[in-house]
Ligand binder design. Structure first.
Ligand SMILES: Nc1ncnc2c1ncn2[C@@H]1O[C@H](COP(=O)(O)OP(=O)(O)OP(=O)(O)O)[C@@H](O)[C@H]1O
Ligand SMILES: [Mg+2]
Length: 354
C-alpha cells in the first residue's frame, strides 16, 4: 500500500484514496484495539489460572502420593502432562505480540496516509506545457552510500520527444522520480516551465506530467476505474479510447461486464497490466508524458499500437521515454544516455547502429 501512495499523488487522487483507506483503517484499528484489550485481559487471566492450577495439581498429586493412592512416578507423569498442556496454552498466548505488531504496522500505514503535504505549494497554473530543465542535479537516496545522480544537466524543450537509455542502475528512474517531485535534489535544481519542482509539489506536477512507472500497479476496482482512477473529469469514452490505443479492446470484449468488469492485480497478465498503466496516462489531458520502461511486457501487436500512438502524439506534447527498447529510439528527436548518474547527449545513428 505504501508503494501506491506516490501513484495516488501522481494522478491527483490522493484525497479520494486517503478517504477510502482512512475509513477502512479506522475500522480496522478500532477492531484491533478492542481485540488487543480483550486478548491482554484474557492472557492475564489465563496466566493466573494456569499458575494456580499448576500448584494445585502439584499439591494434590503429592497428597495422593503421601496417601499411597498414586506412585511417585505418577506424580512426575501428571506434572509433566500438566506442564505440557500449559506450554501449549503459553504458545497460543505468544500470538499476542504478533497481534500487537500488526496493530503497530497499521498505525504506521495510517500515519503515512495521514501525512499532509506540508510545505508543498500548489502551483499548477505555471506548470503548463513548458521546458523541463535539470541543472547540476546531484542525488543520493537516504541511507545509501553511493550517488544515484551526480551532476545531471539537461534541457527538454516543449513538444520534444526525448528518449533516455542507459545501463541498469544508471539512474534513469531516479531522474523521473526527482522530476515528479518525489525527492528533492541534494544539489542543483529541476524546473518545469521555470517553476522549481520542489516548490510545485508532486500533486501539482502530476496534473501536468502523466507518468507510467516501471512497475505498474492494478487496483481492486473495475477496469474503467483502474484507468480513470476515480477522476470524474475523465469520461468513459476517453478511458475507452485510451484502452483501445493500448490494444485492450480484445480484453474488454472478453470480459462479461466489459470496462465495468472488476479486476485485481492477479486477474491480468503482465502485458495487460502494463497496457492498463499506459492507458491510465493516455486518458488524461496530455501536457507531458513520462514513460519508464513501458514496453518490457508487451507483445508485438500491443507494442506496435503503443508505438503508433506515441508517433501520432509527436509534437503535440512533450514526451520523455526511458527505455531499453531500441525500436523506440526511432521515435526520438534526441537520445540521451544515462551513465553512472550522468546524462550525455548521444548521436541517434551511432546508438542505433551499435
Ligand atoms: N529507493 C532506493 N533506495 C536506495 N537506492 C536506490 C533506490 N532506488 C534506486 N536506488 C539505486 O539508485 C541507483 C539508480 O537506480 P535507478 O532505479 O534510477 O536505475 P535505472 O537506471 O532506472 O535502472 P533500470 O534500467 O534497471 O531500471 C541504483 O544503484 C539503485 O540501486
Ligand atoms: Mg529504472
Amino acid at each position: 500500500m505504501i508503494e501506491m501512495i506516490p501513484l495516488f499523488r501522481l494522478f491527483s487522487v490522493m484525497d479520494h484514496y486517503r478517504r477510502y483507506f482512512s475509513s477502512n483503517i479506522d475500522q480496522n484499528i478500532n477492531a484491533n484495539r478492542a481485540l488487543n484489550h480483550s486478548t491482554i485481559q484474557f492472557g492475564s487471566a489465563i496466566s493466573t489460572i494456569s499458575e494456580m492450577s499448576r500448584y494445585t495439581v502439584l499439591v494434590a498429586t503429592i497428597v495422593l502420593c503421601a496417601l499411597k493412592k498414586i506412585s511417585l512416578g505418577d506424580v512426575v507423569l501428571y506434572q509433566s502432562l500438566f506442564s505440557f498442556s500449559l506450554d501449549g496454552l503459553g504458545r497460543i498466548m505468544n500470538i499476542l505480540p504478533n497481534l500487537e505488531m500488526g496493530l503497530e504496522a497499521m498505525n504506521s500505514i495510517y500515519s503515512v496516509l495521514g501525512l499532509e503535504d506540508t510545505g508543498e505549494t500548489k502551483i499548477t497554473s505555471h506548470l503548463t506545457d513548458g521546458e523541463l530543465k535539470f541543472e547540476g542535479v546531484h542525488f543520493t537516496y537516504p541511507g545509501s552510500e553511493s550517488k544515484a545522480l551526480s551532476g545531471v544537466d539537461c534541457r527538454i524543450r516543449s513538444g520534444e520527444h526525448v528518449v533516455i537509455i542507459g545501463k541498469n542502475g544508471s539512474g534513469k528512474s531516479t531522474l523521473a522520480r526527482l522530476l515528479l517531485g518525489f525527492f528533492a535534489p541534494d544539489r542543483g535544481r529541476i524546473t518545469i516551465n521555470g517553476v522549481l519542482s520542489t516548490d510545485a509539489g508532486s500533486e501539482a506536477i502530476a496534473t501536468k506530467i502523466a507518468y507510467v512507472s516501471q512497475r505498474s500497479i492494478i487496483f481492486r476496482d473495475s477496469l474503467l476505474e483502474n484507468i480513470r482512477l476515480r477522476d470524474e473529469q475523465i469520461s468513459r469514452e476517453q478511458a475507452l479510447k485510451a484502452a483501445e490505443q493500448c490494444n485492450l479492446a480484445r480484453l474488454i470484449s472478453r470480459l462479461s461486464l466489459g470496462l465495468d468488469e472488476p479486476i485485481s492485480p492477479l486477474s491480468l497478465s503482465g502485458g495487460e497490466t502494463q497496457c492498463v498503466a499506459i492507458a491510465r496516462a493516455l486518458a488524461r489531458p496530455l501536457k507531458t508524458l513520462l514513460l519508464d520502461e513501458i514496453t518490457s511486457n508487451l507483445d508485438l501487436i500491443s507494442k506496435k499500437m503503443v508505438f503508433n500512438t506515441l508517433r501520432n502524439l509527436h509534437g503535440s506534447c512533450t514526451i520523455v521515454t526511458i527505455t531499453h527498447d531500441m525500436e523506440l529510439l526511432t521515435l526520438a528527436d534526441r537520445v540521451l544516455v544515462m551513465d553512472e548518474g550522468k546524462l550525455h547527449e548521444s548521436n541517434l545513428n551511432s546508438v542505433v547502429s551499435g
